[in-house]
Write a protein of this length. Structure first.
Length: 366
């Protein structure tokens, strides 16, 4: 089967997912993409550029997959002579309706941010099939869409929500965890706490570092590795943390290579997560695969991804719970270091997921 994968924002986890899917699948997957920058412009104008590229292609795919960063409605209207009979899938890595916008964002301030959610909505209507990377993601999108449409003065078309629900399924992210296997090492020294997310407001770094400041003030011994991608503008709490926790920090910034990133994951002992946004949680599953002890909030996709037997020790209700659970983990670090968690992440490895992907996609063209 020939599959065309449209990605208007080809960077980070979007790029990794697309390339891994291409490499592991038994299907012939052609990626038509644009550079991963100016995400708002990609959502508004990327469809025009990719439509022009598609219209010059000589080959005809059996199936088209677009991700949420593409205005699929515009793309299909501009390519209808070639694409009208090709089944289309919209894959949601994230969506702009239930995504927690920064109150400092110019579009949020000017009340223009809803336009991006409307693109997600019409794209979902246009697609023949809609796929989400978690049940939480699907449910939060549908819930927010209901509120979104009710805001309009008339012709709310609430019935279209059921149309989208009827053609929606969950297809979890596939991750190449096995690339970490050759970098295992032994943890020694004071407990090493890990941050391995983007340096952005939706990852709630303020709460994360507030918890660590408390540990520091109470003279609890620990180290901290702050990894993850940062942009030109990032929350100022990172600079404050660098100053306050200076003697605790063993790494601060983006890893220079996949090898270096993998080594830090295996070195880490504890992963306290404070995120306000995660529709799946790739970085968290990567750390769990490397046997890092997870402490996750009772929200987002985390209760779904963590087996129920692990909720008592690894899912917290509030910041006070997190602080107490983190203190307990630090005090029992030798016991913690003997525990294994990678079996929790293994079901999402591409070796397990690719047959699920290929069989599901094949069913869409029959």
């Amino acid at each position: 089967m020939n599959i065309l994968l449209l990605e208007a924002y080809f960077t980070g986890s979007h790029k990794s997912w697309a390339e891994d899917f291409q490499n592991f699948s038994s299907n012939d997957i052609n990626i038509l993409s644009m550079e991963g920058k100016f995400w708002k412009w990609r959502m508004q104008g990327g469809a025009i550029t990719l439509a022009q590229k598609f219209n010059t292609m000589k080959s005809q795919p059996d199936l088209i997959i677009a991700t949420d960063m593409l205005d699929l409605t515009t793309f299909m209207s501009l390519t209808r002579k070639k694409s009208s009979k090709i089944p289309t899938i919209l894959y949601f890595h994230e969506n702009q309706l239930s995504y927690p916008w920064s109150k400092k964002d110019k579009d949020f301030i000017n009340n223009k941010h809803k336009h991006y959610g409307f693109i997600n909505y019409t794209s979902a209507l246009t697609a023949d099939y809609v796929l989400f990377n978690s049940n939480y993601h699907k449910n939060s999108f549908i819930d927010e869409l209901t509120l979104f449409l009710k805001n309009f003065p008339d012709h709310n078309e609430i019935d279209t929500i059921q149309t989208i629900k009827d053609k929606s399924e969950v297809l979890y992210i596939g991750v190449d965890f096995k690339r970490f296997d050759s970098f295992k090492n032994v943890n020694t020294g004071p407990p090493l706490i890990l941050w391995n997310h983007r340096w952005e407001h939706d990852k709630n770094p303020e709460t994360f570092f507030k918890i660590l400041f408390n540990l520091h003030e109470n003279e609890i011994d620990f180290r901290i590795a702050v990894l993850g991608e940062k942009y030109n503008k990032y929350p100022t709490i990172f600079d404050q943390a660098k100053e306050i926790l200076n003697n605790k920090i063993v790494y601060f910034g983006y890893c220079n290579s996949p090898k270096e990133y993998a080594e830090w994951l295996w070195k880490a002992d504890i992963l306290p997560v404070t995120n306000n946004q995660d529709f799946f949680g790739i970085s968290i599953m990567e750390a769990i695969y490397c046997d890092t002890y997870p402490l996750l909030p009772k929200r987002l996709s985390y209760p779904e991804l963590m087996p129920i037997d692990y909720h008592k020790d690894h899912i917290y209700n509030n910041d006070g719970d997190l602080l107490n659970m983190l203190k307990s983990a630090i005090m029992n670090i030798e016991k913690i270091r003997k525990l294994k968690f990678n079996h929790i992440a293994r079901p999402y490895d591409w070796s397990a997921m690719i047959n699920i992907y290929d069989q599901l996609l094949l069913s869409f063209i029959k």
